[in-house]
Design a protein around this ligand. Structure first.
Ligand SMILES: Cc1cc2nc3c(=O)[nH]c(=O)nc-3n(C[C@H](O)[C@H](O)[C@H](O)COP(=O)(O)O)c2cc1C
Length: 319
C-alpha cells in the first residue's frame, strides 16, 4: 500500500477539488492510503526572498527550514507532500496560468526542498560529522510520481496555455517524476464537472496511471511517462519552447533542454541530443549543475564598492 496525496487550489467542492477527489477515490479502491489537502484553507505566507533556506543548506547551518516555518501552516502541506508516494496537484486557471496561491506554494517548496541541494548537504555532513550529523528529512529522498491537473473556464484552450508549464514548478525542486498531465477547459460552460462524464473518465485514467506506476517493478517503469503522446519535448512531454530568432535553436521552457528544429514534409521536426536530455532540470544531473552554480555564485559573489552611497539617491524615490 502506498500513500496518494492530492493538493487542490480550486474552490471548495468545485471542479478541481472533485476531479482530484475522483482520482483519490479510485486509488483508495485499489488499496492505497489517501490524503486531500487545500492550501487555500490554511495560512501560508508568501516567500519573502530572504534566501536563508539556501544559505542554511549550503553553509551547513540548517536543513533549509524556512524562517516562517513556525509561524504559519506551510508545514502541514510539506508533511502531506513528503509523506506521499504519489502526488496529484490541481489548480484553476487564472489569467492563463495557475492560481497565485499555487505559485506561493511553489516558491515555498523551492530551494529548501531541492533534491540536489539536500543530497549534497547530506553527503557533506555525513563526511564531516559522521553519525552525529544534522541530516535533512529522510523523506525528501523518497522516489515519488506526480500528476498535474488544470481547470480553465474559457472555451478556448489557448486561455489555459501557461498552466501546465508553470505547474511543473511544484514537482521540480523535490524531483518528483511527472507521469501525466491534463487540462479541462471550457469549465464555465457546464455548472460542474460532475456533468461532464468524459472529464471524470479522464481522471479515472489518470488514477490508473498512478496505480500502475506505484505497482512498477523497476524505477524506469515507475517513472515512465503515461500521459498524452503529442508533446514535442522528449523529457517533459510538453511543447512550450523559447525560439532563438535567426537560428534553428529551441529551448524547452519547462525542463530547460536545448535542441534544434527543422521542417520535413511541412511538419516541424525536433532533435534533442542525449547529452541535453540528461542535463534537463527535471533530472538529477541538471539539478546538480544548478546547485553548483548557486553555491559557486554565493562563494565568489562580487562586492559593489560604496554600495550604501550608491543606494542613497534611490532611498526617497517614490516614498
Ligand atoms: C481571476 C480569474 C481569472 C481567470 N482567468 C482564466 C483564464 O485565463 N483562462 C480560463 O480558461 N479561465 C479563467 N478563469 C476561470 C476559472 O479557471 C474557472 O472558474 C475554473 O472553473 C475555476 O476552477 P474551480 O471551479 O475548480 O474553482 C478565471 C477565473 C478567475 C476568478
Amino acid at each position: 500500500m502506498a500513500k496518494v496525496t492530492a493538493i487542490s487550489f480550486g474552490r471548495k467542492m468545485s471542479n478541481t477539488d472533485v476531479m482530484l477527489k475522483e482520482i483519490l477515490r479510485k486509488c483508495a479502491e485499489a488499496g492505497h492510503d489517501i490524503c486531500f489537502i487545500r492550501p487555500d484553507d490554511l495560512n501560508i505566507g508568501a516567500c519573502t526572498g530572504c534566501c536563508a533556506c539556501v544559505a542554511g543548506i549550503l553553509s551547513g547551518r540548517s536543513n533549509g527550514e524556512c524562517v516562517m516555518h513556525r509561524d504559519d501552516d506551510f508545514h502541514i502541506v510539506e508533511d502531506a507532500y513528503y509523506s506521499a508516494d504519489a502526488l496529484i496537484i490541481g489548480s484553476p486557471v487564472y489569467e492563463t496560468s495557475p492560481s497565485g496561491t499555487f505559485k506561493t506554494f511553489c516558491d515555498r517548496m523551492g530551494p529548501s526542498h531541492d533534491i540536489a541541494f539536500l543530497t549534497e548537504a547530506r553527503k557533506d555532513r555525513l563526511a564531516r560529522d559522521g553519525e552525529s550529523a544534522m541530516l535533512p528529512d529522510e523523506r525528501a529522498f523518497k522516489p515519488r510520481v506526480g500528476c498535474l491537473v488544470g481547470v480553465g473556464g474559457a472555451r478556448t484552450e489557448n486561455w489555459t496555455i501557461m498552466t501546465i508549464p508553470v505547474m511543473y514548478e511544484c514537482m521540480m525542486s523535490a524531483g518528483v517524476d511527472v507521469i501525466d498531465t491534463h487540462v479541462y477547459y471550457g469549465a464555465m460552460n457546464v455548472q460542474h464537472v460532475l456533468g461532464v462524464p468524459e472529464q471524470m473518465a479522464r481522471m479515472d485514467e489518470m488514477a490508473q496511471h498512478i496505480i500502475d506506476a506505484l505497482a512498477a517493478e523497476s524505477d524506469e517503469e515507475r517513472r515512465a511517462w503515461r500521459g498524452p503522446s503529442d508533446g514535442a519535448c522528449p523529457v517533459c512531454h510538453q511543447s512550450m519552447f523559447r525560439v532563438h530568432q535567426g537560428s534553428d535553436l529551441v529551448e524547452c521552457a519547462i525542463c530547460g533542454i536545448e535542441g534544434t528544429v527543422g521542417i520535413v514534409d511541412g511538419k516541424i521536426t525536433y532533435r534533442f541530443t542525449k547529452e541535453w536530455q540528461d542535463r534537463s532540470r527535471l533530472k538529477y544531473a541538471g539539478k546538480l549543475e544548478h546547485r553548483n552554480e548557486i553555491a559557486d555564485g554565493a562563494m565568489t559573489q562580487k562586492k559593489v564598492p560604496g554600495l550604501a552611497e550608491l543606494k542613497k539617491p534611490y532611498l526617497t524615490v517614490g516614498e
